[in-house]
Design a protein around this ligand. Structure first.
Ligand SMILES: [Mg+2]
Length: 419
């Protein structure tokens, strides 16, 4: 089989409300690039990458010069063709490689009539549990609904998500407001949703590496009585994580400072992080994540599944990954429940008791809904991109690391965002 064409389409899909984070905001929608890899046997594979626009579409078009005529089964050869580790110093294509790996695995699964998880070693579980992934949010620009800023709004929102989707693990994305305020939020969440043994719910906090080590140690020591899954990226850098870990009695997790094999090796030799959050995009595909999970198994580090914001194709990669790794002992993260829609046939994946079933159809097990692809491609053309690393309410603001320029939790203004 040979690859004959690579197509890329950037889409933007609305969120229930703009999601605030330490570096800025998702301005009420995600921008993703959907990739289609065609073959001479008439089989097309699907991939997905974050971000987009003309430059992303052009980057995938440029891969035709490398990959037209390439056999999609030769995945390791493809890695060296487009993401050779030394050539990558000048031209890092890890995320492009990831999207193309998804598409090639999808092609192979369709050709062999097996789901991707069977190519990856076979599933150990048929569904993957997810955490609630709570954000501070601005209100929806059209409806004025969905703001999460106060402690009460946060607890109410978490209760609604638990009721609707059945989550029993709750992640709060912080780094927006002063850590003392976010501590009150996290403590209220744990108290209201029950970190006691009766409920069994557990919690995780992630301020996106925005604190000083001393702030992280202080915060960590305040939350030791909560049933924490882990404390995620409180600080930036392996050594700062190591210093925090010396003084805080809970596992530390990262999707920031261990995102490749070199960093994983460094973390094994001088451990700074306990739980590695594997991201099928950041690591360059599903297979590198399976390999990394194997290293973690060997050294008895924890693993979980990271979300960099996904539509259904990427979510399928996370589900196939979650199905095959034996050491996935934590609920996965997904932004997915914040989305209003998806670009796959049948609409969004459904949650049952906080879990999503692993697709069983051939390949990734998802199909493109052409009408939705067109609709959200047109929406992207109308709205364009957004500045992930800017806050729509504070146009002159930019954060530093460690940050000191917190948003004001008493500021109830809502930004005007094109919609
Ligand atoms: Mg994180």
């Amino acid at each position: 089989m040979k690859i004959t064409d690579i197509k890329a389409t950037t889409v933007t899909v609305p969120l229930e409300a703009p999601l605030r984070h330490a570096a800025g905001c998702h301005w009420g929608r995600f921008v993703r690039t959907i990739v289609e890899v065609e073959t001479d046997e008439g089989i097309t594979g699907l991939g997905e990458m974050g971000g987009g626009g003309e430059s992303a579409e052009a980057a995938f078009r440029a891969m035709k010069g490398y990959l037209v005529g390439h056999d999609p089964a030769r995945l390791e050869e493809m890695r060296f063709k487009i993401a050779n580790p030394t050539a990558s110093l000048y031209n890092n294509r890890t995320q492009i490689l990831a999207a193309l790996e998804f598409a090639c695995l999808d092609i192979l699964g369709k050709k062999w009539n097996v789901p991707v998880h069977e190519i990856l070693g076979g599933r150990l579980q048929s569904e993957v549990p997810f955490a609630s992934y709570l954000f501070f949010r601005y209100a929806h620009p059209r409806t004025g609904e969905g703001e999460v800023r106060t402690v009460d709004q946060l607890v109410q929102h978490a209760r609604e998500l638990k009721e609707k989707y059945g989550f029993t693990s709750h992640k709060l994305k912080g780094g927006v407001f002063h850590p003392e305020y976010e501590l009150r939020c996290y403590q209220a969440l744990a108290e209201e949703l029950g970190s006691d043994t009766q409920s069994g719910d557990s919690f995780r906090f992630d301020p996106n590496a925005s604190w000083s080590t001393e702030q992280a140690i202080w915060f960590g020591q305040q939350i030791e009585n909560i049933r924490n899954d882990y404390f995620e990226d409180p600080v930036f850098g392996l050594h700062a994580m190591r210093r925090t870990r010396e003084k805080v009695r809970m596992p530390l997790a990262t999707n920031t400072v261990v995102v490749n094999f070199e960093q994983l090796a460094a973390n094994v030799l001088d451990t700074a992080v306990d739980v590695i959050l594997l991201d099928t995009t950041f690591w360059g595909g599903i297979r590198p994540c399976v390999k990394a999970a194997g290293v973690c198994e060997t050294f008895q580090l924890g693993v979980a599944v990271h979300s960099s914001g996904e539509l259904g194709i990427q979510l399928a990669t996370m589900l196939h990954l979650g199905a095959v790794i034996p050491n996935l002992t934590f609920a996965a993260d997904a932004h997915y429940h914040h989305l209003e829609d998806d670009i796959i046939v049948g609409g969004k994946f459904e949650y049952h008791e906080g879990r999503i079933s692993v697709p069983t159809g051939p390949g990734l097990g998802v199909e493109l809904d052409r009408d939705k692809l067109h609709e959200y491609g047109e929406l992207y053309k109308r709205l364009g991109g957004y500045a992930y690393d800017k806050d729509p309410l504070r146009p002159d603001w930019s954060p530093v690391v460690p940050n000191t320029r917190w948003a004001d939790p008493n500021d109830d203004r809502q930004p005007k965002i094109a919609y």
